[in-house]
Structure formats: C-alpha cells, structure tokens
Design a protein around this ligand. Structure first.
Ligand code: SAH
Length: 398
C-alpha cells in the first residue's frame, strides 16, 4: 500500500525509526493513517468497543458525571470533554442521560468539547450527534468545527486537548490512551536498548524489528532505575496528556474518567494490531489495521504528579456493577416485549461484564481534585462526610 511505500522510502533514506514514530505514522499520518482514513470502530469495522455494544455503558458513565457534579456542589456550568470519541456513540448516550435528567441539570450550562484528529471520524460524530448540522470554524479559532446536539447542547471539535478552553470540565477517555504511540525497550547484556522498526534488506518492502545499537534518548528518559522487567513499553504522549488533565483539574476543577485495557506496570509485550476483529501482524500493511498497546495505569498515576488524587484502576465489571448495571438491565428487560431484544440485552451485558470477555481486562481510572476525597481542613470536624465516588464505590444517588 501507499503507507508501506512511504515508510520504506523513509527508512531507506534515514534509517530505522522508533516504534512510537512507526505507530504515529500508521495511525494518524494526515494522508494515509488508519484513523485519518477511516478508523474501523464498530461491528462492521476492525474492533468493537463497549459503547458500541450497549447503550447502558454510556448511560452509566453519564450518571457518573452527574453524580460527581452533584458531589462537587452542582457548579453552574461544566464542559464535557471527550478525547478520541470514535463514532460519537458514547457522547450520544451520555447526552441522552443529561436530557432525561434535565430537571436536575436545569440551571447548569453544559457544553461538549471533542478532541479528534481524524477528519473522517469527526464527520461521523457530527452526523451522530447533530444530524450533520455543523459548521467549520475560521482558521484562527481554537475549535475547527462547531454544531448543536440534537438535545440542544453546543458541541466543538479540536485536534488537541490544549485547544479546549479552560474551565470546570469533566474529561472522558475511552479506548483513547491505548491508541497513542509507545516506545518499546529491551534489556540486553550491554544495558537497555530501544526496539526500532527497520526495512528488511533481504525482502523488498518488508518491515522488521531491530534493536538500537546503543542507548537512545528514550532509553535514558523513560526507563526507571528500579525497573525489574526485561521488556518495557512506555507511552510518553499519554504521560503528557495526563499531566495536562491533572493541571487543568487542579486549576479549574472537574474530574477525568479513563477507561481502557491495561495493567499496573506489570506487563511487558502488549503491542498488537487488529483488522476485521482478528489479530494482525503489527508490521504488515501499516495504515490498514488498528495498532494498540495496553495502558500502563501506574505510569498515568505517576504522571498526575500529585496535582490531583487518582482512583483505580478497577475492573470494568466492578465499576459497572457499582454504577448499578444489574438494576438497569432488569428495568430494560421488563420494558422489552420481544425475545430478540431481551436476548440482545443479555448478550451485551455478558460482553461487558463477563471476566473472560471485557469484564476483567478493561479498567476504570479517575483523576479528581484532592478536596473531593479529603476535607481540606481535617482539624475542623466536617459537617457532612464526603460522598463516596461512584463506580469505585457503590452509587448512592439521593
Ligand atoms: N472512544 C471511542 C473510539 C476509540 S478509537 C470508542 O470507545 O468507541 C480511538 C479514537 O481516538 C479515535 O476516535 C481516533 O481517531 C482518536 N485518536 C487517535 N489518536 C489521537 C490523537 N493523537 N489525538 C486525538 N484523537 C486521537
């Protein structure tokens, strides 16, 4: 394909590149990147995500934001900021909950801010959320596009989190961090080396992994002295984004909810590709498959640098159970007349909750202002205890 030829030319001219550079090219190259061209989220695509499986998923996340908004004293305005919204389904389900709870939110000024690099996916999101009624913005404006949701809420699109205006915000990143470029490292007898992508001299236009002959700037910066693993993946871009989220929450208030598959700094080799719902060799036909790596939550926690508190990771099935998914399922089952719908509801519940399916490998992780978890002045006996954070504890809505 065009992407492979482009990469092969580049590798022949200037030598091997880091896995991060390779991943960035394959996923978000402005001409040929996987997400730029299509980004196969959904049943007909290359991978399926929780919001695409069941509307209940997004509804419970919508309730999480409302419950945090209430716990934080119902500020009179907030921004919902989603990173990498895919087809827009999750925001759509959240906005439906906001509409159903309009009486609760009535005096609150809500706006939606989507951070999306893919022009193709932003078009799909615009159709899903506004029915296609969007307008492009002038070059000098921070958002590249704007519109009004079917429920009357203003929506803005950006390429970078830094373009989103400051202000009290609830952030959401579902299967976003796993799509960001990682560096890969390997311990050798001569010390840490970085895994690089190179062209195979024996086979035309075939890529292969090689080890850097010496340390690279990334080995110096990203490997901890106390590291015990022999293979390590680090996603500096995820670190930078978490730092930004933590600074923004510390300064302007709000919370961030991150949901993704991942580990707590224990796994070693998770870089993989998906095409048509099947595993795909990461080095073959770049640009045609989704490339992904598990999120290292221990790294995200470290990169929050104490600016906010962090909660989790907790397993998806625990989080959704705490959010009341069982009760929600019962209500939907009671309200659905036909067997096909009931079977569909039970099937999607199983996909989300079964430990062998998505229940165990997906995790929820949150950034919250310190005062959300600990009363600022512990000497004063607090008048009322702080309400527990839903999802990480059982949901208690009054
Ligand atoms: N959250 C959605 C989609 C996940 S796919 C879901 O769960 O269904 C990853 C999303 O992140 C896509 O929308 C992709 O275009 C976007 N994306 C990938 N890299 C990005 C980057 N560097 N900046 C902004 N968005 C990015």
């Amino acid at each position: 394909g065009a992407m492979l030829r482009h990469l092969a030319r580049k590798l022949r001219a200037s030598g091997p590149v880091t896995v991060a550079e390779y991943m960035r090219e394959a996923l978000t190259n402005p001409g040929q990147g996987y997400y730029t061209r299509r980004g196969g989220v959904g049943e007909s695509g290359d991978f399926i995500t929780s919001p695409e499986i069941s509307q209940v998923f997004g509804e419970l996340i919508g309730i999480w934001y409302i419950s945090e908004w209430m716990a934080m004293g119902k500020p009179n305005t907030f921004q919902l900021v989603e990173l990498g919204p895919g087809r827009g389904t999750l925001t759509e389900d959240i906005l439906r909950v906001f509409k159903q709870l309009a009486s609760v939110l009535s005096k609150c000024d809500v706006s939606v801010h989507l951070v999306e690099v893919s022009p193709k996916l932003s078009e799909i999101q615009a159709v899903m959320l506004t029915g296609g009624k969007v307008q492009p913005n002038r070059e000098d404006e921070s958002a590249y596009m704007k519109g009004i949701s079917k429920t009357g809420i203003p929506i803005f699109w950006y390429r970078d989190i830094q373009d989103v205006p400051p202000g009290y915000s609830f952030y959401l990143a579902h299967e976003f961090f796993d799509a960001l470029p990682i560096h890969k490292f390997q311990r050798t007898e001569k010390g840490w080396r970085e895994v690089l992508v190179d062209i195979d001299p024996e086979v035309p236009d075939q890529l292969r992994f090689v080890l850097s002959p010496s340390r690279t700037p990334a080995t110096q910066n990203f490997i901890q002295p106390e590291e015990t693993r022999d293979h390590v993946e680090v996603c500096p871009e995820a670190g930078v984004i978490v730092q930004r989220l933590a600074s923004r929450i510390e300064k302007d208030g709000g919370a961030a909810l991150v949901a993704d598959y991942g580990h707590d700094g224990t796994k070693t080799d998770t870089f993989r590709g998906f095409r048509n719902h099947k595993l795909h060799d990461v080095l073959s036909a770049p640009g045609t498959a989704d490339l992904t790596a598990d999120v290292d939550f221990s790294y995200l926690r470290k990169m929050a640098q104490g600016k906010t508190a962090t909660l989790g990771p907790v397993k998806q099935r625990e989080f959704l159970k705490n959010m009341g998914i069982d009760l929600r399922l019962q209500v939907l089952l009671q309200n659905s007349g036909d067997t096909a719908t009931r079977e569909q509801l039970l099937h999607s519940y199983d996909m989300l909750m079964n430990p062998e399916k998505m229940g165990d490998c997906f995790n929820f992780f949150a950034l919250l202002p310190h005062h959300r978890l600990v009363h600022p002045d512990k000497k004063d006996k607090p008048k009322s205890p702080l309400p527990p954070v839903a999802g990480f504890n059982e949901l208690l809505l009054k």
